[in-house]
Design a protein around this ligand. Structure first.
Ligand code: CP
Length: 344
């Protein structure tokens, strides 16, 4: 199995075999993080640009660490200190960076579809580091890796995702990844934050937290995204915590040895009780460690795909067997602003 696409834009369009390839490759890269000298020459000669239009701690730093451990040259772009603040468009920004010979872009953007938009317009590889409410594929992969390390094969396992599903790109990547690997996924949260149409993705919807967690082998607790709440979706954080905060007594309802995940950043005392966040079932910092290995695997597999395309097609941008035009995201649309920028 080889990865033949130019980009990593989502988990929805990947096969189970491609997802497993990312996970198996990440397992191999984990060992590098344990070495005294945590560096290999795999990406020597590559320049990777981290384009962050939204705040990030884990994703931004683990991508940078992964790039440096693979010996890539790294350029960090922050929207707030760039000419985007003077009105420069995403496409103009990317074209100027391409003129400085970037090979890969890692992009986080508030607009769902921004990575897809860029991927169709630049020869560089594009990695989605989280786009609006659409997907966060490397978070999905690191969650799958952590689950697989604790539970073994995921087929038939009951995994619960609880919280603000409506706004969560992490939920969408987890749903696609877990269902492709055969897990039984239950989504739980208040009706206002749990869209009924998600049932069409082959998951179970459950509004009662205790019923959802019964017999589950893992729970992935999502952050209440205060910055994305439109009026009226939540009566109050206190009301949310009363009915959907995961507390120690909930863990007793789960399978023996069940684990607790959270993608971070956590609102302690809102979606997760302190005792659960700090308790023995939590694998939250293991997720963060796995994030570096997963991102090393993604960078490596994309670089191999580029090398093969260059050797086979004689161009630096060949996308053997990859869709010429990535399909737009289903969980959110490219913003009108982005499209207008492209048409202009
Ligand atoms: N999980 C996650 O995406 O965290 P950051 O926003 O800190 O990158």
């Amino acid at each position: 199995m080889i990865y033949t696409r130019k980009d990593l834009l989502d988990l929805e369009s990947l096969s189970a075999e491609e997802i497993t390839l990312f996970l198996d490759t990440a397992e191999k890269f984990r060992e590098i993080g344990e070495r005294e000298v945590k560096k290999v020459p795999t990406l020597r000669g590559y320049t990777v640009c981290n384009l962050f239009f939204e705040n990030s701690t884990r994703t931004r730093i683990s991508f940078e660490l992964a790039e440096k451990r693979l010996s890539a040259d790294v350029v960090n772009f922050s929207a707030s200190t760039s000419s985007v603040a003077k009105g420069e468009t995403l496409l103009d920004t990317a074209e100027n960076l391409l003129a400085m010979k970037m090979d890969m872009f890692v992009i986080r953007h508030a607009a769902s579809g921004a990575p897809h938009f860029l991927a169709t317009r630049v020869p560089a590889s594009v990695i989605n580091a989280g786009d609006g409410t659409h997907e966060h594929p490397t978070q999905g992969l690191l969650d799958l890796l952590t689950l697989r390390q604790h539970l073994g094969a995921l087929a038939g396992r009951k995994i619960v995702i609880v919280g603000d599903i409506l706004h969560s790109r992490v939920a969408r990547s987890n749903i696609h990844g877990l269902t492709k690997l055969g897990a039984q996924v239950t989504l739980c949260g208040p009706p206002t934050l749990l869209p009924r149409e998600l049932a069409t993705l082959g998951v179970t919807l459950e509004y009662d937290l205790s019923r959802a967690l019964g017999g589950a082998e893992a729970v992935n607790i999502l952050r209440i995204q205060r910055e994305r709440q439109e009026g009226g979706l939540l009566p109050s954080l206190r009301a949310y915590a009363r009915d959907w905060q995961v507390q120690p007594h909930h863990l007793e309802l789960m399978a023996p040895g069940a684990i607790v995940l959270h993608p971070g950043p956590m609102n302690r005392g809102v979606e997760i009780a302190q005792a659960v966040a700090n308790g023995p079932r939590a694998v939250i910092l293991e997720q963060v460690t796995n994030g570096v290995a997963v991102r090393m695997a993604v960078l490596y597999l994309l670089s191999e795909s580029r090398r093969r395309a260059e050797a086979g097609a004689g161009t630096a941008t060949g996308q053997a067997a990859a869709p010429a035009t990535p399909t737009p995201p289903a969980g959110g649309r490219a913003s009108d602003t982005l499209i207008a920028q492209a048409d202009a």
